[in-house]
Ligand binder design. Structure first.
Ligand code: ADP
Length: 549
């Protein structure tokens, strides 16, 4: 028995938890050795004292005295407390009470030191809180970025649309002067007009590039895929650039495999890809250098195309960024070394459009270059991987005409035929410049009626019954779409061919026009020939329909 007592005492004393016996008034009757360590006091200092001077509940719970009362009550709770020390850090303990049967007037408390676990939990909680904050910040800035990007795309789309309308006038007037007034004008003035015409073409190119970038960003790049011969496509693109290659004595060497399967792609878009890559290769290469084009067939279902130049190369740090819209490699010194001439400033849009088109075809593009060394041409390799049969389906594009597949007819025949009939065209457009251009182009062949609002347009349509109606969708008051719907709903006007003419850059603009009942959509800026052609096709279609009745 004595041995047992001794054993128990030794265990009590040396166990790594604090054991404290309190009487009903909360006075300490017994403490083990570990308690001395927990409270940084010796037994003599603790026995006969209450612990309220050392212990408080953790995080402002009940007072120690109240806790002691609870320990004596039946439900012996587990509580978390802080032990305050004078010279060292406070510690956190979990306290459990153990009641001993037949000893109602005392209670045994077990203090477990959980300071490190508590600190770790607090750290984790703090980190979690920080992460939650960062997360919500990220979500917020992501949403903001998305909004900014949408605003930017919309802005670009609207700005380009607004540019296209005045461009129609500049291009239209200068076309008319160049075609008809060569002999009547002073040579200097004529050359200036030619310059204006070229500048309008360049600006038109830039506007179209911006529109392509926004189409790609808004995932609305439409394709019209067809089966094509890749070799012919590449050779044609190289031929188109011959004025530059001849001037710079640059040679293209193409390496084709013996058998090349047909490539299912959008011809116009793919031409854009190769023309961009080839003209960059020319632009950044020294005179008299060679540009290699390798085409190989991987596993019979993928084309691997490499455009390899021996030009200025691209720094490693720039290789990913050059595919971003509006990005141009900063150091233009390299663009204008003694050896290679920088042929005209770019806009930094070409490669981003190329990437968008390639990816839209289910392909990949990347660049490999050893970087840039002053006065040394390390060259660049642009790699393209395309599925031979990409999973793209026929998709309407913006310049689509309902009659696109019909055979070409010479413009002279068209004029002849139309001049014989008494054809009248109603133009409903509030843009005076655009009306003037259309009038100049059309009035030698047709009778032109003009209305500058939707309401007058409707009135004239009912009164004059024109052969064709051209409507700008953006009219003040009654807009073009509503005008078209009304015309389609009335017996007298429902079979008159209607075409919308607009810059056609707004999302769904073309789609909306067709839904309202339009027969065609003419994209501004249009050439005179294009306009006459469209009107003629509309008239032919009407005749065809009437002959079936
Ligand atoms: P840009 O209209 O300026 O040519 P791109 O998007 O086509 O715009 O090209 C972006 C940038 O990538 C260019 O400004 C040029 O610095 C770099 N780059 C493109 N192609 C080549 C090339 N073949 N060799 C060297 N640099 C190139």
């Amino acid at each position: 028995m004595q041995i047992e007592n001794h054993l128990l005492k030794t265990i009590f004393e040396n166990t790594p938890v604090g054991i404290v016996v309190l009487d009903k008034s909360g006075m300490v009757q017994y403490v083990n050795k570990y308690t001395e360590h927990l409270f940084s006091c010796n037994k003599i200092e603790l026995i006969g004292e209450t612990l309220d001077q050392f212990v408080t509940s953790y995080e402002s719970g009940p007072l120690w005295n109240e806790l002691v009362e609870n320990f004596f009550s039946q439900d012996s709770p587990e509580v978390k407390v802080t032990i305050h020390k004078i010279n060292t850090d406070d510690i956190v303990c979990i306290v459990n009470s153990v009641r001993i049967e037949s000893c109602d007037n005392i209670i045994t408390l077990v203090f477990r030191d959980v300071t490190s676990a508590q600190k770790a939990a607090e750290q984790i909680e703090k980190k979690n809180l920080e992460m939650a904050k960062m997360n919500s910040e990220l979500i917020r800035s992501n949403a903001e970025l998305k909004k900014v990007s949408e605003l930017k795309s919309n802005f670009l789309s609207i700005a380009s649309h607004e540019l296209k309308t005045p461009l129609t006038s500049i291009k239209g007037y200068s076309d008319i002067i160049i075609d008809n007034m060569r002999d009547k004008l002073d040579g200097g003035i004529y050359r200036m007009i030619e310059s204006i015409n070229r500048a309008a073409d360049r600006l038109h190119g830039v506007v179209n590039n911006i529109l392509d970038v926004t189409r790609i960003e808004q995932k609305r790049l439409r394709l019209r895929p067809e089966m094509l011969e890749l070799k012919t496509l590449i050779d044609d693109c190289i031929d188109e650039l011959s004025q530059f290659t001849i001037q710079r004595q640059i040679t293209f060497k193409c390496h084709y495999p013996d058998q090349i399967p047909y490539f299912y792609c959008d011809k116009m878009r793919m031409q854009q890809v190769f023309t961009n890559l080839f003209s960059n290769a020319i632009k950044y290469s020294p005179n008299e250098s060679v540009i290699d084009v390798y085409v190989s067939l991987e596993k019979k279902n993928r084309f691997h195309i490499i455009v390899k130049d021996h030009g200025i190369g691209i720094d490693l740090s720039e290789q990913k960024k050059i595919f971003d819209p509006f990005y141009e490699v900063g150091n233009t010194n390299y663009h204008s070394t003694d050896f290679s001439k920088f042929l005209g400033g770019g806009t930094g849009l070409g490669l981003s459009i190329v990437k968008g088109i390639v990816e839209r075809h289910g392909g990949k593009i990347w660049v490999e270059s050893q970087g840039v060394q002053e006065n040394e041409f390390l060259g660049s390799e642009f790699h393209l991987l395309f599925p031979v049969q990409s999973e793209i389906s026929w998709d309407d594009d913006e310049t689509k005409s309902l009659y696109a597949d019909e055979p070409e007819i010479s413009i002279e025949d068209e004029y002849q035929e139309m001049a014989e009939e008494n054809v009248s065209i109603l133009l409903i457009d509030s843009d005076r410049e655009a009306v003037e251009i259309s009038r100049m182009v059309l009035e030698s062949v047709f009778e032109i009626i003009v209305a500058d609002t939707g309401e007058t347009g409707l009135h004239m349509a009912f009164e004059k019954r024109p052969s064709v109606i051209l409507i700008d969708p953006y009219l003040p008051g009654l807009d073009g779409y509503r005008v078209c719907r009304i015309l389609r709903s009335q017996e007298d006007t429902k079979s008159i061919p209607i075409a919308f003419f607009s810059a056609g850059t707004q999302k769904d603009e073309i789609h909306r026009s067709f839904i309202c009942g339009a027969d065609d959509f003419i994209v501004k800026p249009f050439s005179g020939k294009e306009l006459v052609e469209k009107i003629w096709r509309l008239l032919m279609k009407k005749k065809e329909v009437e002959s079936f009745r």
